[in-house]
Design a binder for this molecule. Structure first.
Ligand code: 13P
Length: 249
């Protein structure tokens, strides 16, 4: 079912003490929200974060995972391992994973299958680079990213998939897609889903926007009809900013 979601992607930030401090602040500030609220700390802090938020309405999610259950994959973490520490949702396909760790659509399709096989929910990220936008290819780039990693799935799988449009040129740059650009792309994504599946599926999937969302621009972006919330990087590292963005829903 389509839900409003605000998820903080902490990326590779916050050691254990910093994680505990930020969670304590978040617990004080975020009591109730219209949105589902999530945070994604680094792997080593998933379990302490899960324990700290066990009785609270903030879900702890992972930033990545491997597609295999276990095996000779030094440095990797599998889906069952995440589940064993209470993590039921995973971010896949973030542009930093694609750019710095060579994650291709094929690898992502395998990760998607693995997460779904384990009954996990996925926040699937995609987005065009600046060159794609300048040359007017942004829609076809996004369409291919979605098709290649997700369109082998049956429609029911989308019950466990949240999409996150994150234009690469807007991530960590202070440059935000305008609310109109976000709306236009989100509507295009829904049209693509509808063409390949059905209107019902297209309208039931939550589509988040990510890329330099701040307290000052969140309300306008979230007010767009096809934007169901946000995936927040830098501003999720400050409790008061994250709280303000959660409240902008
Ligand atoms: P910023 O909010 O720092 O631009 O990062 C967005 C992002 O990559 C969230 O996954």
């Amino acid at each position: 079912m389509r839900k409003q979601i605000v998820a903080g992607n902490w990326k590779m930030n916050n050691d254990l003490a910093q994680t505990e401090t930020l969670i304590t602040e978040l617990k004080k500030q975020i009591q109730t929200s219209k949105a589902e609220v999530m945070i994604a700390p680094v792997f080593t802090n998933l379990w302490p974060s899960f324990q700290a938020l066990r009785k609270h309405d903030i879900e702890v999610i992972a930033q990545n995972m491997h597609f295999a259950d276990s095996g000779a994959y030094t440095g990797e973490v599998g889906p069952g391992m995440l589940l064993s520490v209470g993590i039921k949702t995973v971010i896949l396909g973030h542009s930093e994973r694609r750019a710095y760790f060579n994650e291709t659509d094929e690898i992502l399709a395998k990760k998607v299958d693995a997460a779904l096989k384990h009954g996990m929910r996925i926040i699937f990220c995609f987005g065009e680079e600046l060159n794609d936008r300048k040359s007017g290819n942004h829609e076809s780039v996004v369409e291919n990213q979605i098709k290649n990693a997700l369109f082998h799935l049956d429609g029911k799988a989308f019950e466990n998939i949240v999409l996150a449009y994150e234009p690469v040129w807007a991530i960590g740059t202070g440059e935000t897609a305008s609310p109109e650009q976000a709306q236009e792309m989100h509507a295009f994504i829904r049209k693509t889903l509808s063409g390949n599946y059905s209107d019902a599926i297209a309208n039931s999937v939550s589509i988040l926007y990510g890329g330099s969302v701040k307290p000052s621009n969140a309300r306008e972006i979230f007010s767009k009809p096809d934007v169901d919330g946000g995936l927040i990087g830098g501003a999720s590292l400050e409790a008061k900013d994250f709280f303000a963005i959660v409240n902008a829903i």
